[in-house]
Design a protein around this ligand. Structure first.
Ligand SMILES: Nc1nc2c(c(=O)[nH]1)N=C([C@H](O)[C@H](O)COP(=O)(O)OP(=O)(O)OP(=O)(O)O)CN2
Ligand SMILES: [Zn+2]
Length: 133
């Protein structure tokens, strides 16, 4: 029980930013995104848990520091086409980050990753939602 008398689960989110360039192959000739261009990317990780760990955390926000380290060392001011094995759309960047996190970081944390959202612009976003979490 969580002491509130209602059932549910907790979710937390932490946001990150990076600058990167990309182009999207396979688009019709003349499509603006087929040309090399850059974005100020915004990323949000969401973790969830049914029970909190002391003092009342899903996961300490500070334990998500490896995400910032990965972003700063691997994605920031890079060409995303050089890094991902697939076209660097927002969807694919979100899934790539989620896969890395589940494999490398999540095993040592109490919370579970439920989604990663990636925005290339202020008006658009794509999300990878993990199932059965
Ligand atoms: N589903 C997706 N569609 C598009 C993606 C994507 O990752 N997933 N990416 C692009 C391009 O990267 C493009 O740079 C961003 O597209 P868009 O939002 O259309 O960019 P604009 O700056 O033109 O946005 P406006 O708000 O219309 O000015 C394309 N599609
Ligand atoms: Zn783009």
């Amino acid at each position: 029980m969580n002491g509130t008398g209602v059932s549910g689960r907790y979710r937390i989110g932490k946001a990150f930013r990076f600058e990167a360039a990309h182009f999207l192959p396979g688009l019709p000739a003349g499509h603006q995104c087929a040309r090399m261009h850059g974005h100020s990317y915004a990323v949000e990780f969401v973790l969830a848990a049914y029970r909190l760990v002391p003092p009342g955390f899903v996961t300490d926000f500070g334990d998500l520091a490896p995400v910032k380290q990965l972003i700063d060392s691997t994605l920031d001011h890079r060409v995303l086409n050089d890094l991902l094995p697939v076209a660097p759309t927002s969807e694919n960047v979100a899934a790539w980050l989620a896969g890395w996190f589940v494999e490398q970081v999540e095993p040592s944390l109490p919370g579970r990753l439920v989604s990663v959202r990636v925005s290339e612009t202020q008006s658009s976003w794509a999300e990878f939602v993990l199932e059965d979490r």
